[in-house]
Design a protein around this ligand. Structure first.
Ligand SMILES: [Zn+2]
Length: 162
């Protein structure tokens, strides 16, 4: 049975018939994606894709892979972006560092004050009031900070349009 299957020359463009019945090389599928085929080849691939789920899946796989490659390529700044980039990330990082220092400073002061009160002569009511208030203020501050940090990358662009 296999003996009777037509044996085409095993060149890239005329491989042996694929299991799904495709009579063209897989390279044509990727050429089809790129739109790089001749009209005849393009039609041949399209017709096959219409009734071959296997090859359609293969093409989808290829195009997804290609998208990943494309987006990776776009992530690399082009030449005209180079002079803009360090300035942007520098201000971003100094702002981020600024926030971190402010938080560290605030935490230090809070810890110091709490320690002073904890070991001080104040009564339980005063201690509870101060601890509760400071903890509340700290939680509010942290929540604002988290929001700030999340919006920071966008700030860069908002600053540009101003
Ligand atoms: Zn196929």
């Amino acid at each position: 049975m296999t003996d009777r299957a037509p044996r085409l020359p095993d060149s890239p463009l005329h491989p042996v018939v694929a299991p799904c019945g495709r009579r063209f090389a897989e390279e044509l599928l990727s050429g089809y994606l790129d739109g790089a085929l001749t009209q005849g080849d393009e039609q041949r691939v399209r017709l096959h894709l219409e009734d071959c789920t296997e090859c359609r899946a293969r093409v989808r796989e290829m195009s997804e892979l290609r998208e990943v490659t494309m987006s990776t390529r776009f992530a690399v700044p082009t030449d005209d972006q180079w002079d803009e980039r360090p300035r942007g990330s520098l201000s971003l990082w100094s702002r981020r560092l600024g926030w971190i220092l402010v938080v560290a400073w605030l935490l230090g002061i809070t810890a110091f004050v709490l320690w002073e009160i904890a070991v001080g002569p104040q009564g339980l009511v005063e201690k509870t009031l101060v601890f509760g208030g400071l903890t509340g203020a700290l939680l509010l501050f942290v929540s604002i900070l988290v929001d700030r940090l999340r919006t920071l990358p966008g700030d860069r662009y908002r600053g540009v349009s101003r």
